[in-house]
Design a protein around this ligand. Structure first.
Ligand code: TYD
Length: 354
């Protein structure tokens, strides 16, 4: 099988490649990535010498180049991870999310349609999406595959649009597709703009741990390994045209997550837990901040036999250890772009008149 993995320098894509390239020597993997600010070549450094792995730099929003590359690679399977995914950045600048998430997906769908038009067997376009397309939950209930779309942020609106495109290409053109909508991922190689690596790196550096609002918002945490295992099962056994929700039964308030990180970091760094907790700062809330996400994963559990292997406690402890042990990776992620983002994003609000 020839796999085209888009966004393989990103968090989930690189973990997918790490799990599959060596384990499947008879399959080939072409990692297509635009090398945006969130891409980290270090995440796949160990795969560069593998005979069945190749990297192609490509902006999927770029138009005709996409057709050329898809035709040249001629994949049997496209796993579409590539996306801009940080809600706060989408609030600051929505336009690039339209390019990266909507236009790029359109271009890839069109290239796949053209390539596979001549009735190729066993091909599949898998679109990796988010539970944020469903909007916010109150304190009860969970998202199912039937939950109506109701996105809140520019980011989730563009992911919703891309999901609709993928479904439309299936219904209208018969493209063989599957979609997964997952809850918040965590684990190794995640960009430190996201809650868990941000808190780990800031705790280590002695910087503030910025909790939005009162830290009462709830996310349903899924280990990236469990997520990748779910995608592998969907590729193997999922039904074309079908959507699968993937969630790890890991609901926690943000404050619970941050406090658990403080506990693990204290143990790793040989500091008192109280001294790490003193770094917590309550900062201005995110506009339109969804209160709660929770996934009902019964479809993928019952139809495909998927079950998460990680408990949140074990997964978080191992994740903290990974970031503490992988200093070179962390140094590569804390680049100039990241420094600039944190300086402006977490700057104290301006007061008074200029
Ligand atoms: P994030 O990792 O940005 O994922 P998402 O917004 O896609 O769920 O944020 C997870 C939660 O953590 C979310 O409720 C916002 C909150 N948060 C903070 O409290 N402080 C931070 O510095 C960040 C980045 C997020």
């Amino acid at each position: 099988m020839r796999y085209m993995v888009t966004g393989g320098l990103g968090f989930i894509g690189s973990n997918f490649l790490q799990r599959n390239v060596v384990a499947r020597p008879n399959d080939t993997f072409v990692n297509v990535d635009s090398c945006s600010y969130a891409a980290n070549p270090k995440s796949v450094e160990s795969l560069e010498s593998a005979a069945n792995y190749r990297f192609v730099r490509l902006d999927l929003a770029g138009g005709s180049d996409v057709r050329t590359v898809v035709t040249e690679v001629s994949p049997d399977v496209i796993v579409h991870f590539a996306a801009e995914s940080h809600v706060d950045r989408s609030i600051r600048g929505p336009e690039s999310f339209l390019r990266s998430n909507v236009i790029a997906t359109h271009n890839l769908l069109e290239a796949a349609r053209e390539l596979w038009a001549r009735g190729r067997e066993g091909v599949r376009f898998h679109h990796v999406s988010t539970d944020e397309v469903f909007g916010s939950l109150g304190s009860e209930g969970a998202f199912t595959e039937e939950t109506p779309y109701d996105p809140s942020s520019p980011y989730s609106a563009t992911k919703a649009a891309s999901d609709h495109l993928v479904r439309a290409w299936h219904r209208t053109f018969g493209l063989p597709v599957t979609i997964s909508n997952c809850s918040n991922n965590y684990g190794p190689r995640q960009h430190p703009e996201k809650l868990i690596p941000l808190m780990i790196l800031n705790a280590k550096a002695g910087h503030a741990l910025p909790v939005y609002g009162e830290g009462a918002n709830i996310r349903d945490w899924l280990h990236v390994d469990d997520h990748c295992a779910a995608i592998e099962l969907i590729l193997e056994k999922g039904q074309s045209g079908r959507t699968y929700n993937v969630g790890g039964h890991g609901e926690r308030t943000n404050l619970q997550v941050v406090e658990a990180i403080c506990t693990s970091m204290a143990a790793e760094l040989g500091r008192s837990e109280a001294s790490v907790r003193e770094q917590i700062r309550y900062v201005q809330d995110r506009p339109g901040h969804d209160f709660r996400y929770a996934i009902d994963p019964r479809r993928i559990e019952s139809e495909l036999g998927w079950k998460p292997k990680w408990t949140f406690e074990d997964g978080l402890r191992e994740t903290v250890r990974w970031y503490v042990a992988n200093e070179a990776w962390c140094a590569s992620a804390v680049n100039d772009d990241y420094r600039q983002w944190t300086q402006t994003h977490y700057a104290p609000p301006q007061t008074g008149t200029p």
